[in-house]
Design a protein around this ligand. Structure first.
Ligand SMILES: NC(=O)c1ccc[n+]([C@@H]2O[C@H](COP(=O)([O-])OP(=O)(O)OC[C@H]3O[C@@H](n4cnc5c(N)ncnc54)[C@H](OP(=O)(O)O)[C@@H]3O)[C@@H](O)[C@H]2O)c1
Length: 504
């Protein structure tokens, strides 16, 4: 879309002559809005059959997003639709197709459907007043995934000579939690080797950079404990080396697996997480295949979103019902928790404090704890309650006004509005196509689901995560919980955010 302005038109500039984008958007908001409305009016109102809807969607992708989708069943994200383009495509769909106000498409429609053929079916079903998927469908899909990925081979006990040190397999060391976990492991004298499995082609370099960027500095001795491995969790042998030498060596030595790799994406539907669920299945299988006295202990970082939809506001350190999870992300994590429960291993919802995780792992090494996999192939309605679920959670919470006050104290200037007003502003920003300069518009669906009027939090109250077991087994959680405001942790965050914000 192009609007021609008179040559006398003014626009805000910086001292060196470049455009001050935010002010320009503000100054010309009305004009921009009118362009979108005019385009919407010109195209709106389509209600065509399924095949024509598919063709029209393919055309929209090509003409407006510059993406040629190879087939109606191709995965849109593999074809190059990222979250920004998904927001744009949704806007185009709203402009081109007719929808009854009672059946307007979901905010997350492109992510949820994932292919042109599903998207076309969704549009046609909505236009004829149908409903596409229900919560029961999701729970049944979760059950299918649990069943598909919960058949494990029993661990065969191998005699071994007692060792003073241990080897660890860590995934996700290039991410935030994984980098801190690695740092803690390397500071632990009882750890001799950490195998860092990553999809990066220069694994050791990537892992070292990840720590360096977070200010986690290593001595040469610590660095020598790290073995960087390029591989894939989607394969039982992690595709490490063609003859399997490293894999066999790991089977002889690894006694702890910490799995933190996972796409942290709040828009993707559950179906898109299947490769990562498979990527959890194989480390579990590996833990049961080690040639040691006991299976390797497995730590899985779940997420608070696996519990945010629970009907009760108090969340205990116990297995959850499948309908407790929100978003594909939370649902995938809950599927993971169930798989681990079925493999009779350790589950850690919400991974935050690296040292806490290691302490919890220690308690799982304790000889009186039964982590044997004997019940690995029990059906998903496990009869025995899994006692290996911990909430790694700071029980000292703080309020929203305290956060706002901290932000102001550290230089941020802003106007305070209600949640509903803010969402409305985001929607207007979305309608103006501002997903690039205002990335929050890509998460409208997420914010509404978590904080909107129909959210479980509004309906059942703020979630309280019970941390009794975690505090019992972790001295860091028991004694070291910081008061986020009084101990100035929030100020540190705010200063860091402000520095990045002003350097943009
Ligand atoms: N941060 C939190 O507050 C928090 C809270 C609760 C739970 N968690 C959980 O903790 C774990 C780590 O979170 P984080 O905050 O550290 O996330 P992060 O910084 O985004 O790191 C994610 C890690 O997962 C890897 N990963 C992502 N997508 C992948 C894929 N498709 N295949 C293979 N590896 C992939 C990344 O590897 P690349 O470098 O190759 O992309 C990276 O190492 C996640 O499981 C998350 O759900 C985090």
């Amino acid at each position: 879309m192009v609007a021609i302005l008179p040559y006398t038109a003014n626009f805000p500039r910086t001292d060196n002559g470049s455009i001050v984008r935010a002010q320009v958007y503000q100054q010309y908001a009305e004009l921009i809005e009118s362009l979108y409305t005019a385009e919407a009016r010109a195209e709106a109102g389509l209600q065509i059959d399924l095949a024509e809807t598919q063709s029209h969607l393919l055309r929209l992708c090509w003409d407006n997003l510059g993406i040629s989708i190879s087939s109606v069943d191709a995965d849109l994200f593999s074809e190059g639709i990222n979250s920004q383009k998904a927001t744009h495509l949704r806007r185009l769909i709203l402009q081109h197709f007719r929808f009854d106000p009672c059946h307007s498409p979901s905010q997350n429609m492109v992510f949820e459907m994932g292919t042109i053929s599903q998207l076309a079916q969704y549009i046609c079903a909505l236009q004829s007043g149908g409903i596409i998927s229900t919560a029961e469908d999701t729970v049944s899909l979760m059950n299918d995934l649990i069943e598909k990925y919960s058949l494990f081979r029993k661990h065969l006990t191998c005699p071994e000579t007692p060792r003073r040190t241990k080897s660890v397999l860590l995934t996700g060391a290039t991410g935030s939690v994984g980098a801190h976990v690695l740092f803690e492991l390397l500071n632990d004298d009882s750890v001799s080797t950490v195998y860092c499995l990553t999809r990066k082609s220069s694994p050791l370099k990537a892992v070292r950079r990840s720590l360096f960027e977070r200010g986690l500095l290593l001595s040469p001795e610590q660095t020598s404990k790290v073995v960087g491995l390029n591989g894939s969790l989607e394969r039982p042998d992690f595709r490490l080396d063609p003859v399997g030498r490293i894999f066999r060596h790991m089977q002889d030595s690894v006694s702890l697996i910490i799995h933190t790799a996972w796409p942290v994406n709040f828009n993707l539907p559950l179906t898109h997480f299947e490769p990562h669920i498979r990527g959890l299945y194989h480390p579990i299988g590996f833990s049961l295949s080690v040639r040691r006295l006991k299976p390797a202990v497995m730590l899985f970082c779940s997420s608070a979103s696996s519990a945010l939809g629970a009907s009760s506001a108090t969340i205990h350190e116990e297995p959850l019902d499948l309908d407790s999870a929100v978003m594909g992300y939370g649902q995938s994590k809950l599927v993971g928790e169930k798989m681990i429960s079925l493999a009779r291993m350790l589950v850690v919802p919400s991974g935050k404090l690296a040292s806490v995780m290691l302490e919890l792992a220690e308690s799982c090494f304790a000889p009186d704890r039964d982590v044997g996999p004997n019940r690995a192939s029990e059906p998903s309605g496990v009869a025995r309650v899994d006692d290996s679920i911990y909430h790694v959670y700071n029980s000292r919470v703080f309020s929203w006004p305290e956060l706002l006050a901290t932000l102001r104290r550290n230089g941020f200037q802003f106007q305070t509005v209600t949640f509903e007003e803010w969402i409305q502003l985001l929607r207007e920003s979305e309608a103006r196509g501002e997903e690039k300069i205002n990335p929050a518009v890509k998460l409208i669906h997420y914010y509404e689901m978590i904080f909107g009027v129909v959210s479980p939090i509004r309906q059942n109250g703020t979630r309280v995560f019970v941390t009794d077991k975690a505090e019992r087994d972790s001295v860091t959680l028991r004694n070291g919980c910081l008061s986020i405001v009084e101990d100035e942790v929030l100020d540190c965050y705010a200063r860091n955010w402000y520095m990045r914000w002003t350097n943009l």
